[in-house]
Design a protein around this ligand. Sequence first.
Ligand code: Z5A
Length: 217
Amino acid sequence: MTRGRFITVEGGEGAGKSTQAARLAETLERRGIATLVTREPGGTRRAERLRELLLDPEETGWEPETEVLLYFAGRVENVAKTIEPALAAGRTVICDRFADSTLAYQGYGSLASLETIRSIGEAALRGFRPDLTLILDIDPKMGLARTRSRSAFQDRYERELFDYHRRVRQGFLAIAEDDPDRCAVVDAAASVGAVAEAVLARVEARFEEFKAGKERR
Ligand code: Z5A
């Protein structure tokens, strides 16, 4: 059985990650590629409980390292219980946010040490990494306007100031620049259909590379 591919979708609030993850999964399924969509924080029963805690607007004032550890705690559960078994069974897994979000939000946004986050990530994931990361790039003003028009509820991160969200955006772009083989930046300000086309083009290109034997892990 051929191992499945692991694709992560990253970006700021309202970039359209969930919309694009679902559209991509539908397209791949139509092509006969068994696909699983998961999300972070979350993806398993316990990790979903951690999600409730982490996004609770009343739970402010975390030590930055505590927050980082909680995200990775949920991630280790999601990888072990949901992602790895699906990949081993030959399914392509699409994860709505993954480790790059911790670097972008807790590192670039909340100013926790990038070095500490990277070393916690290495210890927790032991080299496990996405085959492809789609970074949906959007001006935070536009992204937050999208999420605010959807619902009046704001989680802990949506309540942060624009400066915070600008740093997060720059963080994602810096991550993409540091790892261009893995990451593809997609302009998320376009229509849902146009973003879906750009996403699919990136996925097809990556799948072609795999077919040609250019494994990178
Ligand atoms: N977080 C963290 O700090 N550290 C970590 O390690 C991780 C996460 C993993 C929850 O994530 C929070 O967790 C997140 C960072 C933190 N911050 N917040 N808030 P989340 O993924 O659940 O939350 P989110 O990013 O805010 O998700 P979202 O609001 O659902 O955004 P989205 O998934 O990118 O977008 P969407 O749901 O697909 O679309 C949002 C709306 O825009 C919706 O009404 C769509 O119909 C509309 N939309 C989507 N695409 C378009 C286009 N192209 N044009 C127009 N309208 C569109």
